[in-house]
Every structure is written in structure tokens, then in C-alpha cells.
Design a protein around this ligand. Sequence first.
Ligand code: UDP
Length: 317
Amino acid sequence: MSKKTVVITGGAGFLGSHLADRMKLEGFRVICIDNLITGDVDNISHLFGSDDFHFIKHDVTNFIHVPGNVDYILHFASPASPIDYLKLPIQTLKVGSLGTHKVLGLAKEKKARFLLASTSEVYGDPAIHPQKEDYWGNVNPIGPRGVYDEAKRFAEAITMAYHRYHGVETRIVRIFNTYGPRMRLNDGRALPAFVSQALNGEDITVFGDGSQTRSFCYVSDLVDGIYRLLMSDDPNPVNIGNPEEITIKQFAEEVLRLTGSKSKIIFNPLPEDDPKVRQPDITLARTKLGWEPKVGRSEGLKVTLDYFRQKLHSQAK
Ligand code: UDP
């Protein structure tokens, strides 16, 4: 029997490339599409050369042509770190809106099942804690983060519309903060920023007083949750994340401890609309998908630190 085919948009990114690995392991033929504005072919270079792997450099806000059968589509194309989407506001809005429309069109044409990478950012600066899927969120549409938050909210809306109106099989995952190897050292997110500062002996830049919280999920857990959701039968959004919550100041201290760095913590202004708390309620994922995270922060951070050390080392050469 011939292999089933999965298309992954944003396939050269942090999450897209880990999904490509997982889908390959599960026996799929994998086609990654990426325009490489925040993705990096280094993340998928180990897959080149295999007959079951194809890479297409393309911006999915334009018409997408993929020859042959497609069974599944994972739509992960988007800048995803606050610094990236502040630098690329129009591209972020376009890929969430026009890009999602094009990728849904491909899913409809190919009769493929479509999974949207949505985000905890749809909850904005949440007034409900922890966040459950039935919470509608507290988003400032015109603030600097609005370009990402509203693009993803639109992406959820058009995904449900294609499901209801065109009968496309759809899934929506709301991804909470995730970390692991292949994050870009300079992507501006808390973990890569703290680690590169700690390893380079620079000051650790905590924004605000560091009392804001986040809950960090290791990438292999996230990928497993997404795979289970893809294979499940519910079109409604499901949170995937690790509910273990920590303040950003504690997180910076943890990075200092684990790296043995002598860097000191400094406090910089809090970016506009930075959510004060964030923690997923994962009851749905637990009950519907039989999923929960397995990798604790100490274990996940150890692997990630080794990766960042190697990256810094090879950059220094
Ligand atoms: N943050 C920080 N210092 C940095 C980068 C981020 O204190 O150098 C804070 C940021 O203000 C936020 C939290 O860390 O409160 C997580 O930020 P991140 O960019 O990782 O993603 P977010 O969860 O805000 O999307």
C-alpha cells in the first residue's frame, strides 16, 4: 500500500520540523512548505535525500500547488515569537488570514484533513485562569500583539467556516508556550533570550517585575498531543500545553542555576499587552485524547541547554 501524504506548512520552523520528524516516523510521506522568513532548512536538512520527503520553498499566502494525493495538512506557517511578529506585522496578519484561506482551499481540493496551529494568544491577557477552551479571551485588536492574536482568531473562524460550510475535516490545536531544540537563539522569546544571555555572560533581561507567569511544555510532549488530536474526531479547539506554571523571574533564576552563569538579572519595561498569567486547562486533552505531558522542566531544559550550547559553540567557530 502506498504511503499517506502529509503537507506541513511552516515545515522548516521549530514546531513544523519536529512534526515532520514525527510524521516520517509514523510512516507518512512528508511535504514541507516554508518561505524561510523565520524557518531554517537546517531544521530539516537531515530529512533531505529521502524519497518520502520533499521541500517546497513557497509563501502560502499565494496559491499553493501540490501534485498528487494529500491526506493530511498541518498548517504551522506563521512568525510565532513576539519579536518576530512585531518585526513582521503584515506578513503575520497575511499568513494567518490569506495563508489559512489558501491552505484550507488546498485541504478542500485534496479532501485532506486540516489541522490549524492556533495559540494561547487567542485568550489574550486572560481574565480567566487557568484558560479553558470555552473562554473567548481578552485581546486588544489594535495593540502590537493584535497582529498575531487576531490573525489566529480569524484563522480559527475560517477553519470552522470551512468545516461547517464545505465539510472539510478540521482540527484546531491551541498551543501554549513550548520549548526545545531548534528554537532560534535570537527569536526573542524568554527561554532562548535567557539562555544566550546566561551563556554569553550578559545581563538577563526580565521584562516588568517578572511576576507574570507562563507554563512551558517540552516539544516532544506537544508533538505527541498534536498527533493524537490529528487522529481524533473532534473539530473543536483543544489546548495542548504543560500546566506547570512559573513566574518569569523564577524562570530566569532557573536558567541561571542550570547554566551555572554569573550573569545578573536586570528589569526592563514590560512590553505592551504582555499577558500577566497563562496556564492551560488540559482537561479536554486528558479526557478526549488520553494525553498529558510527560517531560518535566528540569529534564526538558537539560536537553535544550545542550542544544543551545552546541549552537553557540558552532556560531563562535
Ligand atoms: N520575557 C522577558 N525577557 C525576555 C523575553 C521575554 O522577561 O528577554 C518575558 C515576556 O515579557 C513574557 C514572558 O517572558 O512575559 C514570555 O515571553 P515570550 O516572548 O517567551 O512569549 P509569550 O509567552 O509572551 O508569547
